[in-house]
Design a protein around this ligand. Structure first.
Ligand SMILES: Nc1nc2ccc(CNc3ccc(C(=O)NCCCC(=O)O)cc3)cc2c(=O)[nH]1
Ligand SMILES: N[C@@H]1O[C@H](COP(=O)(O)O)[C@@H](O)[C@H]1O
Length: 203
């Protein structure tokens, strides 16, 4: 599968997906052929360049509406013959129109055990709730935020002295396991999204 990874920042998930597909691309049936960022000069773009992967920056400030931004994004993905889109720290909400076009071929990683702690500041929500275990979730993207069918999850302990930063770092080690595993499951079509029920189907 020709895969595009969408980023907005540091790109550590991109890095783990690049390593996984570089080392086991044949088994995973996935090749990252494009990296798109909505922000200039982010570390993830350097990671892509070092890996020799084409990059595109689509700055949402250049578009007067969410729809026109999403249309520009869709055009680039289509031009590259993209078959699967991975959101990895991509911080723009995608329009319902874009999601319906890519539904079942669009996945995201969230830094909490969904359905707990949706939205932004997931680590702060977990610390404030006083939970002892958190983690990350890779899910299919739906129009609603952080509510699509769950593909993989990894659990991570929370320690008494944890801060948002220490917790973010520990959760990311779980993300770098969960995302490559999820990409392999989706790219090899061992899991699919049932478009009618919105549920995960194991083939
Ligand atoms: N439709 C759909 N699109 C998404 C786009 C990105 C992410 C990544 N996780 C995200 C979760 C939340 C946000 C958020 O609320 N940001 C503040 C508003 C930013 C903006 O104005 O765009 C962004 C990304 C998830 C989704 C999703 O679950 N569904
Ligand atoms: N979607 C969330 O945004 C962060 C991206 O980190 P990175 O992959 O850019 O390092 C990760 O914590 C991920 O769960």
């Amino acid at each position: 599968k020709r895969v595009a990874v969408l980023i907005s920042g540091t790109g550590t998930n991109l890095k783990s997906l690049l390593e996984a597909t570089h080392n086991r691309g044949d088994i995973m049936r996935a090749e990252i052929v494009l990296v798109v960022s909505n922000k200039h000069n982010v570390e993830g773009l350097n990671i892509a360049r070092k890996a020799g992967v084409p990059t595109k920056v689509i700055d949402h400030k250049n578009y007067e509406s969410r729809t026109s931004f999403d249309m520009a994004l869709d055009k680039v993905l289509s031009n590259y013959g993209i078959q699967l889109v991975c959101l990895a720290g991509f911080m723009r909400i995608l329009s319902g129109e874009f999601v319906s076009r890519w539904r079942g071929r669009l996945v995201n990683i969230h830094p909490a055990l969904l359905p707990l702690f949706k939205g932004t500041h997931a680590h702060k929500q977990a610390l404030d709730a006083g939970v002892r275990i958190t983690g990350c979730t890779v899910h299919f993207v739906e129009e609603g935020v952080d509510c699509g069918a769950i593909i993989t999850q990894e659990s991570v302990p929370i320690y008494p002295r944890d801060t948002e930063d220490s917790l973010c770092e520990r959760v990311k080690t779980g993300e770098h396991k969960a995302y490559p595993r999820a990409l392999e499951l989706v790219a090899t079509e061992r899991v699919k999204l049932d478009l009618d029920s919105g549920k995960l189907v194991w083939t």
